[in-house]
Structure formats: structure tokens, C-alpha cells
Ligand binder design. Structure first.
Ligand SMILES: NC(=O)c1ccc[n+]([C@@H]2O[C@H](COP(=O)([O-])OP(=O)(O)OC[C@H]3O[C@@H](n4cnc5c(N)ncnc54)[C@H](O)[C@@H]3O)[C@@H](O)[C@H]2O)c1
Ligand SMILES: [Zn+2]
Ligand SMILES: [Zn+2]
Length: 365
């Protein structure tokens, strides 16, 4: 059938709404009518950096919608179900068996290549392939083909536009805190970069009872939100002679137990490392840099850990319901971070998140 997608014809080109052909779902696939899709920084980074031969392409990986068709082999999902979509995993390899589905052996094929395992694309235009299957959904579209492993069925009373970003941005920030740090009252966390990912981490840290939370960002609007969520705000431009590292050490009594970087800026990652206390852990979540500078002298004498995380070590089938339950209990209130835009306002949404006017744009039909 035909459906409207936001297609990108070449790297760095705009998202254009266009009708293309979408396959009938195969036995292991479901067809989802998209209600809302969050815009994550990763959509923009990969739009700009993937090689030309991977285009034309459909992005979107925080989709939410209503199931319209279910393949014969799919279990646990029925027509009419409301689903949040996240990343794909095989659920059979050793990493998946451990629950670490973000590190699935098939992750690259399932989430990034743009076609099925047999090489076919789910979408076509004028008989030519359109690369889709992005995070097993390509949900910047009116319809998406998805899978049982990346669809999380949610209660029909929930607002899909509000919850769409749970599929990536919110899950990644919150998961990093809940799965890796598990902070308590004696701990401190510093977050460099307070977009959707960083702010979700701050909210989860507050809910966990983390003693001190420090938020670093260049944008006053983002710092205001971080303060509302219980963080102490640090604007590097307003410190005068004092360095950011010294400020964080002052606020955390000698250095933070945990740090998150979402900026993907080498100099900032180094500051995050230097802001840690002895044996502290930094999780670098940002996408965009090719290399990071490490302070080797500091690293050698401190036992610090510098690591990454795919989606905050989340299994979406576990983390999304957990965050929805936390939201219902009043412990994960990120609803205000979402601003909705109609799909034909995609460029406005990008401009607004880039300028800092909004935190998490969600596109709705
Ligand atoms: N690891 C994962 O699984 C995963 C998942 C989702 C997103 N990401 C990545 O996480 C990053 C954050 O995503 P987002 O949607 O929150 O992006 P965002 O652009 O909304 O947030 C980044 C923030 O960093 C701030 N910043 C920029 N320069 C800074 C500096 N020098 N010092 C302090 N702050 C600075 C910006 O003002 C902005 O608020 C992106 O790189 C995205 O691709 C990774
Ligand atoms: Zn796997
Ligand atoms: Zn994302």
C-alpha cells in the first residue's frame, strides 16, 4: 500500500513528506499506524553522517501508534493494540539472553542498515528501494513495519504523544541512572548536556534519592528545567575564573560519584572525567565525536571508569513499563519536556530543539 513518510534523499538534506510504497507485513512483522514520533538527536546526526549509498532513507525511532496488521508468527500483539516502539534485538544471542539487548549480535543489521536480514527493503519509491527499518520502525511516517521484539504494548488510556520518547531518549537517560549508577543519598551525579537524555537522567536520579545532582549546560532555558527537577545548575560561561571542574568538585564535596556526558564534545567529556571523585564512573552517551581526549594522569591515579552505554542498558520490554509505572507514581514526570508539532512542521521542530526553545519535539499526525 502507499503511505506518507518523511524521506531524506541525500545526507544532510531536509526531511520531505512524500508518498511511497510500504510492504504488507511479513509473518514476523506488524504494521503500525503512527500517532506520534519523538525527534531524537540521533535522527539528525545520522541524517548528516550516514554514507550516500544508504539513502533515500526514512528515520524516526521513537514511534508510538496503533497496530493495524499482525503477521502470522507474531505473538503477544493484536490488532488495535497501542504500542511504543524502541530498538530491535534478536532475543536469542548470548547478550540478549543476559538481558543486555542493546548489545545484541544483530544490532547493526536490525537497527541501522535500512533493510531486512534478506536484503529487501520494506519501502519502495517508483520501484526503487527506500532504506527504512531504522530501529526496526522508521517511524517518521504514517505507517511503520515493526516487530514483536521492539513493540511495547501499553494501556490504551495513555497519551501516545507524551510517551513516544520513552522508546529512546527518556529510556536512555533514565536507564543509565537506574541500571548503571543506582545512586543513593551519599552519591552525587553531574550531567553535562541537559537535553532530553540528560534531563531524564536527572529526573531518575532525583527519584532514586541521589544526594547531589549537578546540571551543566550552556543554555539558560535547559538549566532552568534542570533546576526545577532538583539539580544545581552550572553555566560554564558564568563562572568567571573558576573552572567547571572546580565548581562541580565544590558542589559535590570533592568530586561526583557519577557523571554523564550527552554533548559528545571531547573537551566536555574530559571535564566530566576530571569532575569525578576517586573511582567514579563516567558514562559517555553522546553521538557525534570520532575521538575523545582522556586525562591519562588523572585516570591512572583515580581508578575512574569511562564507559558508554547503549540506551542506558535498557531492555525496552522491561524499562518502558517500569518508567510508565514510575510516572504513574509521580516519580518520573517528564511530560512537560514534550512539545508536539504536526508532521509538516518537522523543520520547525528541528530548529526549535537546536535553538533550545524546546527540549523534546514530538511529531504528530
Ligand atoms: N547512547 C545512546 O544509546 C543514545 C540514545 C539516545 C541519544 N543519544 C545521544 O545522546 C545525545 C543527547 O541527545 P539529546 O536528544 O538529549 O540531545 P540535545 O541536543 O537535546 O542535548 C544536548 C545538550 O548538550 C548541551 N551542550 C552543548 N554543548 C555543551 C557544552 N560545551 N557544555 C555543556 N552542555 C553543552 C546542549 O545545549 C544541549 O542541551 C545525542 O548525541 C544523541 O545522539 C545516545
Ligand atoms: Zn541478540
Ligand atoms: Zn534516539
Amino acid at each position: 500500500m502507499k503511505t506518507t513518510v518523511a524521506i531524506v534523499n541525500e545526507p544532510g538534506q531536509p526531511f520531505l513528506l512524500e508518498e511511497v510504497e510500504i510492504d504488507e507485513p511479513r509473518a514476523d512483522e506488524v504494521l503500525v499506524r503512527i500517532v506520534a514520533t519523538g525527534l531524537c538527536h540521533t535522527d539528525l546526526s545520522l541524517r548528516d553522517t550516514l554514507p550516500a549509498e544508504m539513502f533515500p532513507r526514512v528515520f524516526g525511532h521513537e514511534g508510538a501508534g496503533v497496530v493495524e496488521q499482525v503477521g502470522a508468527d507474531v505473538t503477544g500483539i493484536t490488532v488495535g493494540d497501542h504500542v511504543l516502539m524502541s530498538f530491535r534485538s534478536c532475543r536469542e544471542c548470548a547478550k540478549c539472553a543476559e538481558g543486555l539487548v542493546g548489545y545484541c549480535d544483530q544490532s547493526m543489521m536490525f537497527n541501522y542498515m535500512g533493510f531486512r536480514m534478506d536484503g529487501s527493503t520494506t519501502h519502495h519509491r517508483d520501484g526503487n528501494p527506500v532504506y527504512a527499518s531504522f530501529f526496526g520502525q522508521s517511524s517518521m511516517a504514517q505507517h511503520a513495519i515493526a516487530y514483536a521484539d521492539n513493540c511495547v504494548v501499553v494501556d490504551k488510556s495513555l497519551d501516545l504523544a507524551t510517551l513516544a520518547p520513552y522508546g529512546c531518549g527518556f529510556q536512555t537517560g533514565a536507564g543509565t541512572v537506574l541500571n548503571i549508577f543506582e545512586p543513593g543519598p551519599d552519591d552525587s551525579l553531574v550531567v553535562f548536556g541537559c537535553g532530553a537524555v540528560g534531563l531524564a537522567a536527572i529526573v531518575a536520579a532525583k527519584a532514586s534519592g541521589c544526594g547531589t545532582i549537578v546540571a551543566v549546560d550552556l543554555m539558560a532555558s535547559r538549566l532552568e528545567v534542570a533546576e526545577k527537577y532538583g539539580a544545581v545548575a552550572v553555566d560554564p560561561g558564568a563562572l568567571g575564573e573558576q573552572s567547571v571542574v572546580d565548581k562541580v568538585k565544590e558542589l559535590t564535596g570533592g568530586g561526583a560519584s557519577y557523571a554523564i556526558d550527552t554533548t559528545a564534545i571531547s573537551a566536555v567529556v574530559k571535564q566530566a572525567q576530571q569532575s569525578l571523585a576517586m573511582r567514579g564512573t563516567l558514562v559517555a552517551l553522546g553521538l557525534g565525536a570520532e575521538e575523545y581526549a582522556i586525562d591519562a594522569i588523572d585516570l591512572l591515579q583515580s581508578g575512574k571508569v569511562i564507559r558508554s552505554s547503549v540506551e542506558g542498558e535498557s531492555d525496552p520490554q522491561e524499562m518502558i513499563p517500569r518508567l510508565i509505572a514510575m510516572r504513574a507514581a509521580g516519580d518520573f514526570d517528564v511530560d512537560d519536556l514534550v512539545t508536539t508539532y504536526s508532521f509538516d512542521q518537522i523543520q520547525q521542530a528541528i530548529d526549535d530543539v537546536t535553538s533550545g526553545a524546546v527540549v523534546k519535539p514530538v511529531l504528530v499526525w
